[in-house]
Design a protein around this ligand. Structure first.
Ligand code: ZN
Ligand code: FE
Length: 754
C-alpha cells in the first residue's frame, strides 16, 4: 500500500539549496514525487512506502541546508499518483511572491576549500559561491529569484557552470549567482590615472602590495565599497581620517581570522559566536591592545571577520592581518556601491581601487552588533540580516512603515511577516533619501504590494522628511505613530507579546511628543493591542537651539541648569564651560522661544559636560559613550532622582553632580552615581506603576539603552524587584528599530477597527 503526502514548507527556503536537498532526501528514502518553488515557499509531493515517507518527513526538518530557515511545515494526506521517480519542477508564478528573500551569506566551507585548491576550476576566484553561500539581497533586482533577475544576468554561464547549475545532486544546483573564471566577472586593480587595469589574481596581489606600502585601497565588497588600509600603520590610518573628514569616530577592523582578533580584543564565547554568525557583523569588543588612531578615546574595537571571497583572497595574498575596513564615503555620505559613483566620490580619498565587475543591486552596509547584558544586541541591522523577517504580526493587509529620519530603516509587512530593510542612514543626506525611496520601491515591487490595501505608518513628527514623503504616497490608510511608543512596540513585536500589559520605558535622544514638545524620557503603560498611555516622564527642560543642542553638550546643559538655582560658576574650573554655555543660558533665561524637552539623551549630555566633555561632539552619541566609559571605572551609591507629580525630577541629581565635582570627587565615581541614580529611579517608577496599574513586565528601548552599563544596572534592579525585563534583540533599540514598532502599532490600529 503506497502512502502519499503533500507538504508545504515556508521560511527562507528559496535560493538556499532547498530543492536539491529535498531531492536528495526523497531519493534516499526511496520516494517518487516532485518539489517546486512556489510564491509562498516550497511545495512537495512525495509517495512511496510508509517507512520511507516517515523517514523523509524526519529528514526534512532534521538537517535542512545551513542557509535555510524553516518557519512552518504543513503536511497533508494526498492521493498517490503512481510516480516512481522524484523530480525538481520549474518555479510556479501563479500567486503573489511572499517567499522570503534571503540575506547575503558569507562564503561557505566547501567554497573556501575550492578557493584554496590549485586543482579546482574556481581556484582563487573571488566570485565563487553556491546554494549555501554568497550574495542574495545585494544582487536581486526583482523576484522571483532567478539568474535573469539578478545582477549576474550579463554573464552567460559556460558549460562547467551550466552543468553544475542544472544538476540536482550538485550544491550549485540553481545557485543563481554561480560563475567561474572562464565565464564570470573578475576583480580589477586600478590606480587613478593609469590606463590599463590589472585583472584576476595579479590584481589582488597588486592591492596587497599597495596596502603594504601604506596606501588606502577601495575594495568592492558585497553591499558596497570599503576603504582599506593597514590597521597597524599609524600614518595610513591618519591619512584615512584626514581624507575622509572623520575626526574621532572609530573605524571598523577586519581581522584575518579569530586567532588574530583575539590578540587585540577580549573575546568571550558569545562575542566569538557573533563574529562567526552568518551575518558576519562588526562586533564591538573590549580592547586588549592598542592600534593607534583606529578607535581613539574608546575602550572597544569594532571587529569583523572576512566574509566575501575577496577578503579571504586578500589575506591569502599576504595583506596585513588587521585591516581597517570602513565604508567608502566621506563622513555622513552613504557608502558608495556603484562603480562610477565610487570613482567620483572617492576621488582624492582612495589611492587605488580593487573593483569587482559584478554590480551591486542595492547598498547594504555592514551590520553592527555586540553582546549586551541581556544577550546579543544589534546596533545597526543591515548586511546579513536584511531583509529578513524580524517579527510576525496578526495583520492581513500589507503594511509599510517608513521609520524615523535618523538611522532610517523601512519595514514591510506581507502576510503577517514583518521584513525590516537594511540600514539606510540619516535622511538629511540626499544620497540616503534616494536610498530610502529606492528601498521603498524595491520592497513594494518585490512583494507585489497593492497600494489600495496598504496601511502606511510614519513618525508623528510633522517636520520629518519621512513624514512629508508619506504624504505623497498612495495608501488605503495612513497612521502617524509617536516615536517612543514605536520604540516600545518594536520590542513587543519581536516577542509577539501583543496582548501583554507592560511598563514601557523609552529613554532616547529626541522624538516628537503628543503635546508637540520633544520627548525622550517616557514611561508608558499598556499593550500593543490596547495602546500605550504615557504614565510618567522626565521633568521637562529646555532644548536651547533645537537640534544644535545635541551637538554641544554644554548647550544641552544650559537647558537643564536654567531650571535650577545653582550658584556654581560653570565657566570657571573645574567646569570651564566655553562661552557657548553662557549664551545658551541667556537664551534659556530670557524666556525666548525654546523647545521644551524630556530627552534623557540630553540629560546624559548635561552630565558629560559637567564632568569635562565640554567640546562639540564629532559623532552621534559621543558624549554619552564617553560618560559610560568613565562610569565603568568607578563605584558609587546612586544619586537621588525623586518622582514628583508624575515627573522624574533631575534637579537633586544634577545638584549632587555639581556639589561632588566642586568637592573634587573622582569623575568616574560621579558618573557611576549618575548611572545608578537613573537605574534606581526607573525601578522606583516601575514599582509605583506596578502598584497603581498592575504590570510586572518592563520593556526597555530607545537609543539611550545602547548604554550597556545603564542597561545592566536597570535590568539587575528590575529583576531584583520581581520584574520581567525585555529589550530589543532582533532590531536595534535606537531609531533603526522605529519602523518595526510603527508597523506593529499600525497593524493593531487596524485590528481595533476591524
Ligand atoms: Zn559555497
Ligand atoms: Fe528614538
Amino acid at each position: 500500500m503506497k502512502e502519499a503526502r503533500s507538504v508545504r514548507v515556508r521560511g527562507v527556503v528559496q535560493g538556499v539549496g532547498f530543492r536539491p536537498f529535498v531531492f536528495r532526501i526523497a531519493r534516499a528514502n526511496g520516494l517518487g514525487g516532485w518539489v517546486v518553488n512556489e510564491a509562498g515557499g516550497v511545495a512537495i509531493h512525495v509517495e512511496g512506502e510508509e517507512t520511507g515517507v516517515r523517514g523523509f518527513l524526519d529528514d526534512l526538518t532534521a538537517h535542512p541546508p545551513p542557509a535555510a530557515t524553516i518557519t512552518d511545515v504543513d503536511v497533508r494526506a494526498a492521493d498517490s499518483i503512481g510516480l516512481g521517480t522524484f523530480t525538481i519542477d520549474a518555479t510556479r508564478r501563479d500567486t503573489a511572491p511572499t517567499a522570503r528573500i534571503s540575506a547575503d551569506l558569507p562564503v561557505c566551507q566547501d567554497c573556501l576549500r575550492e578557493l584554496r585548491d590549485p586543482g579546482d576550476p574556481r581556484y582563487r576566484y573571488p566570485y565563487i559561491n553556491c546554494t549555501a553561500c554568497g550574495p542574495r539581497y545585494s544582487v536581486i533586482e526583482r523576484l522571483p529569484y532567478d539568474r535573469a533577475n539578478t545582477t549576474m544576468s550579463a554573464w552567460p554561464m559556460d558549460s562547467l557552470c551550466d552543468a553544475e547549475y542544472g544538476d540536482p545532486a550538485n550544491r550549485r544546483f540553481h545557485a543563481q549567482p554561480v560563475a567561474c573564471p572562464t565565464c564570470g566577472p573578475e576583480y580589477r586593480f586600478e590606480v587613478a590615472g593609469a590606463a590599463n587595469p590589472i585583472r584576476g589574481w595579479p590584481a589582488i596581489e597588486q592591492a596587497v602590495l599597495a596596502l603594504g606600502r601604506g596606501a588606502l585601497v577601495a575594495v568592492k565588497g558585497i553591499g558596497g565599497y570599503h576603504l582599506a588600509c593597514d590597521a597597524r600603520d599609524a600614518a595610513a590610518v591618519a591619512q584615512l581620517r584626514l581624507r575622509k573628514f572623520r575626526k574621532e569616530k572609530p573605524f571598523a577592523v577586519m581581522a584575518r581570522d579569530l586567532a588574530i582578533a583575539r590578540t587585540i580584543a577580549e573575546l568571550g564565547v558569545e562575542t566569538e559566536g557573533l563574529l562567526l554568525s552568518a551575518a558576519r557583523p562588526i562586533v564591538l569588543a573590549s580592547k586588549k591592545a592598542e592600534l593607534p588612531d583606529v578607535a581613539p578615546d574608546t575602550e572597544e574595537f569594532g571587529l569583523m571577520l572576512p566574509y566575501a571571497p575577496i577578503h579571504y583572497l586578500l589575506f591569502e595574498a599576504g595583506a596585513p592581518d588587521l585591516l581597517v575596513m570602513t565604508s567608502a564615503n566621506r563622513s555622513s555620505e552613504p557608502i558608495a556601491f556603484r562603480d562610477g559613483e565610487a570613482r567620483s566620490q572617492l576621488l582624492g580619498i582612495a589611492d587605488a581601487f580593487l573593483a569587482g565587475e559584478r554590480p551591486i543591486a542595492r547598498r547594504v552596509d555592514d551590520s553592527v552588533a555586540r553582546v549586551g547584558p541581556l544577550g546579543p544586541m544589534i546596533l545597526r541591522r543591515s548586511r546579513g540580516y536584511a531583509p529578513g523577517a524580524a517579527a510576525v504580526l496578526p495583520v492581513k493587509r500589507p503594511v509599510l512603515a517608513l521609520g524615523g529620519d535618523l538611522k532610517n530603516t523601512v519595514t514591510t509587512v506581507v502576510d503577517g511577516q514583518a521584513f525590516v530593510s537594511q540600514h539606510i542612514g540619516d535622511l538629511d543626506d540626499i544620497g540616503s533619501r534616494e536610498a530610502f525611496q529606492q528601498t521603498i520601491r524595491d520592497l513594494m515591487t518585490m512583494y507585489d504590494v497593492d497600494t489600495e490595501e496598504l496601511l502606511l505608518a510614519h513618525d508623528a513628527h510633522p517636520g520629518y522628511s519621512s513624514t512629508s514623503y508619506a504624504a505623497g504616497l498612495p495608501a488605503a490608510r495612513k497612521v502617524a505613530v509617536q516615536h517612543h511608543r514605536a520604540h516600545i512596540a518594536s520590542v513587543i513585536a519581536e516577542r509577539g507579546a501583543w496582548e501583554d500589559r507592560v511598563i514601557g520605558i523609552s529613554l532616547d535622544g529626541a522624538g516628537y511628543g503628543d503635546d508637540g514638545s520633544i520627548w525622550g524620557g517616557e514611561l508608558f503603560v499598556g499593550s500593543l493591542a490596547a495602546g500605550f498611555d504615557r504614565a510618567l516622564h522626565l521633568r521637562p527642560a529646555l532644548l536651547v537651539g533645537g537640534d544644535a543642542a545635541a551637538r554641544f553638550p554644554v548647550q544641552a546643559a544650559a537647558g537643564f541648569l536654567a531650571q535650577m538655582e545653582t550658584t556654581a560658576k560653570l565657566d570657571e574650573p573645574p567646569f570651564s564651560f566655553p562661552v557657548r554655555y553662557r549664551r545658551a543660558m541667556q537664551v534659556a533665561r530670557s524666556g525666548a522661544r525654546s523647545f521644551v524637552t524630556t530627552s534623557a539623551g540630553r540629560l546624559f549630555d548635561t552630565v558629560a559636560a559637567l564632568l569635562g566633555f565640554t567640546r562639540e561632539i564629532t559623532f552621534e552619541g559621543q558624549a554619552a559613550m564617553w560618560l559610560e566609559q568613565l562610569a565603568c571605572r568607578g563605584r558609587a551609591e546612586p544619586y537621588p532622582m525623586p518622582l514628583v507629580d508624575g515627573e522624574l525630577d533631575f534637579r537633586p541629581l544634577l545638584e549632587a553632580v555639581i556639589t561632588d565635582r566642586l568637592r573634587d570627587r573622582a569623575a568616574a565615581e560621579i558618573a557611576r552615581a549618575f548611572h545608578c541614580g537613573i537605574a534606581q529611579t526607573l525601578r522606583h517608577a516601575a514599582e509605583w506603576l506596578r502598584e497603581t496599574q498592575g504590570s510586572a513586565t518592563v520593556v526597555l528601548s530607545g537609543g539611550v539603552f545602547q548604554n550597556r552599563l545603564l542597561l545592566a544596572e536597570t535590568a539587575a534592579l528590575m529583576t531584583g524587584g520581581g520584574f520581567r525585563v525585555w529589550t530589543n534583540s532582533a532590531v536595534p533599540p535606537n531609531d533603526g528599530g522605529i519602523s518595526l514598532g510603527q508597523a506593529a502599532i499600525a497593524a493593531f490600529c487596524e485590528e481595533r477597527r476591524a
